[in-house]
Design a protein around this ligand. Structure first.
Ligand code: IMP
Ligand code: MG
Length: 182
């Protein structure tokens, strides 16, 4: 009998919903301490990956704030960077003079972050800070500044809690590394 070698994918859990919930509360407390008493900040989530994180975060911050979204492309459906970033959906808020907190899912190379930072500052944001659920240990070692970081993560393709592989797995409440995928 001949068996065609199928590429088997499996999910290895690296963060539970409980760990994420606790960390989101801590990040929210820091954000509340930093922005409380000032002008309401605008939290800008990066679509689509940050939608779950942003939704959980804003309900824990407990301050008046505004929410907007931005969508950029650079990765397409697979896992390889195309190196070219374009804005697919811009913010609709006039961020001039506003305190902007960018909320991202995962900082991998840091290129998207650099692009978004430049983009929002060029719109006249009064300040710009970054909150990311995940960032690669590699990019942190390079000294990329992330004001509020959920968890550092090693290499490996991450999915769940809003983060996808080819539009799959966003609905999973925990975070996993996708294995058997090259
Ligand atoms: P960067 O520009 O290389 O930092 O890429 C950031 C974006 O690439 C993230 O916001 C994700 O959309 C995507 N990305 C990078 N690594 C992963 C991953 O492990 N899983 C899912 N998406 C990823
Ligand atoms: Mg993203």
């Amino acid at each position: 009998m001949r068996v065609v070698a199928a590429r088997k994918r499996s999910l290895r859990r690296i963060l539970s919903r409980g760990q994420i919930r606790r960390r989101v509360r801590e990040l929210a407390a820091q954000i509340r301490a930093d922005y409380g008493g000032g002008q309401p900040p605008v939290l800008v989530g990066t679509l689509k990956g940050a939608f779950v994180f942003l939704a959980d975060l804003v309900r824990q911050v407990g301050l008046p704030l505004e929410v907007d979204f931005i969508m950029v492309s650079s990765y397409g459906m697979g896992r390889t960077s195309k190196g070219q970033i374009t804005v697919l959906k811009d913010v609709t808020t006039d961020v001039a003079g506003r305190h902007v907190l960018l909320v991202d899912d995962i900082i991998d190379s840091g290129l998207t972050l650099q692009f978004l930072r430049d983009h929002l500052l060029s719109r006249g944001a009064a300040s710009l800070r970054v909150c990311a659920l995940l960032a690669r240990e590699r990019v942190l070692a390079e000294g990329v500044a992330i004001d509020y970081l959920g968890f550092p993560v090693p290499e490996g393709f991450v999915v769940g809690y809003g983060i996808d592989y080819a539009e799959q797995y966003r609905h999973l409440p925990d975070v996993y590394v996708l294995e058997g995928e090259r």
